[in-house]
Ligand binder design. Structure first.
Ligand code: ALA
Length: 410
């Protein structure tokens, strides 16, 4: 099926894994919020790196080390450009969003929070944007405040505004929900926090694969995302931070490549980004991330978004007809992530049986226990789509779901 200039079947050919068969059936991969598949160009770039360029970075004066360093730093430039950061020094390579949030909670939080201060998060956060703040708040005697969500899975904006005060020292909030797909009005939230001079970290993990990100326009103070969700390898992610904040923060981890001088009496540190990249990083991962960004840019985020909204409408329509099925999360603005429960059928059973049909979905709490508690469920099935999914796959999924539910109920 072609959608204007968006030829999904041509694009699918770029992803070798999509040809996989599961139990003899064509794979329908609907677990993209957990991790995305990788285009051949990314896979080949990593192979090329290990076959022809592998050497440690920033350390050697020889040809290979130069090649490797240039490729790694070239990816930093690509990330900078891709999220419209003012400076390459504002881009720190981390293991993933989780490490990025831990870095900020630990380094910024330990330096700046004191007893009685408040950190504001939301009820729809992933555990990775709850627990690091919980730990640092406990350590400092600060309080974690939580913006509630309504029954549709949208943030209650009046509550957000009510919770902002002189006591609030930091806001850490997601752009898009991993478990129910809600897109938050992130720019408005940042503007409101800035009226109180409160820095804001944006967890952009689920936004990065679907929406254009412009940190200059958002004016966020920190932003994190994981490479593996945007068609890059696992083990690499990005922390963006405003230079002035990063350079005022102490190191998170220490070791080689992040120092200027070391003696037993005193060590001096480099500035960002190297101050926060101790030890040998995931060089191949960073290079793969740069290639993934180039690949996505050849398609264009606006085309991806437009096509994905069609996927979202189609899947919503198809499964809404199923008897006893309840969609969890009905926000007005969503990415193509759909969580649901079915009366009389446990999500785990649905997930296990639909796997035999070749369909991969995630079941459970999606690392968002507080959100699911709020919405009155302990687990859901979650289908999360990417631009390489098709309407035909959605039709197959809906039929398979019907068969599975019938089997469970009979
Ligand atoms: N955070 C990932 C998910 O939502 C792993 O599945």
């Amino acid at each position: 099926m072609q959608n204007g200039s968006f030829d999904v079947f041509a694009l699918r050919k770029d992803f070798p894994l999509l040809l996989t068969k599961v139990y003899g059936k064509p794979l329908v991969y609907f677990d993209n919020a957990a991790t995305s598949q990788k285009p051949r160009t990314v896979i080949e770039r990593i192979v090329r790196y290990y076959e022809h360029e592998n050497a440690n970075i920033h350390r050697g004066v020889y040809h290979l080390s130069d090649l490797s360093s240039n490729a790694y730093e070239g990816s930093r430039d690509m990330v900078q450009k891709n999220i419209n950061a003012s400076k390459r020094e504002e881009i720190i390579f981390v293991r993933g969003a989780t490490e990025g949030i831990n870095l900020v909670a630990s380094s910024w939080g330990r330096t700046n929070l004191k007893a009685g201060d408040e950190v504001l998060i939301s009820q729809m956060e992933h555990h990775a944007n709850i627990v690091p703040w919980q730990l640092i708040c406990q350590e400092k005697g600060a309080f974690l405040k939580v913006v509630p969500v309504d029954d549709s899975g949208e943030l209650i904006l009046e509550e957000f505004h009510k919770l902002l005060s002189e006591k609030t020292k930091f806001v850490s909030i997601l752009y898009v929900s991993n478990s129910i797909g809600t897109i938050n009005p992130i720019k408005t939230l940042i503007e409101s926090a800035h009226q109180f001079n409160i820095p804001v970290l944006v967890d952009a993990c689920q936004a990065a694969p679907h929406l254009s990100i412009d940190v200059h326009d958002l004016d966020c103070d920190f932003l994190v995302y994981s490479g593996h969700k945007i068609f890059a390898p696992t083990g690499i992610g990005v922390l963006y931070g405003k230079e002035i904040l990063l350079n005022a923060m102490p190191p998170y981890q220490s070791g080689g490549d992040m120092i200027n001088t070391v003696s037993f009496e005193k060590t001096t540190f480099k500035q960002a980004p190297h101050k926060f990249e101790a030890g040998t990083p995931d060089i191949a991962g960073a290079i793969g991330l740069g290639t993934a960004i180039e690949y996505i840019n050849t398609i264009g985020k606006s085309k991806i978004h437009e096509y994905e909204q069609k996927l979202l409408n189609h899947i919503t329509q198809k499964i809404s007809d199923i008897d006893g099925l309840r969609i969890i999360g009905t926000a007005k603005n969503k990415i193509p992530v759909i969580s649901f429960t079915v009366e009389g059928a446990h999500p785990m059973d649905i997930g296990t049986l639909i796997d035999f049909e070749g369909v991969a979905i995630r079941t459970g709490n999606h690392c968002t226990q507080p959100l699911l508690d709020r919405l009155g469920v302990t687990a859901t099935c979650r289908a999360s789509l990417a631009f390489y999914n098709t309407m035909e796959e959605i039709d197959f999924f809906a039929d398979a779901l019907n068969r599975v539910i019938k089997k469970i109920k009979n």
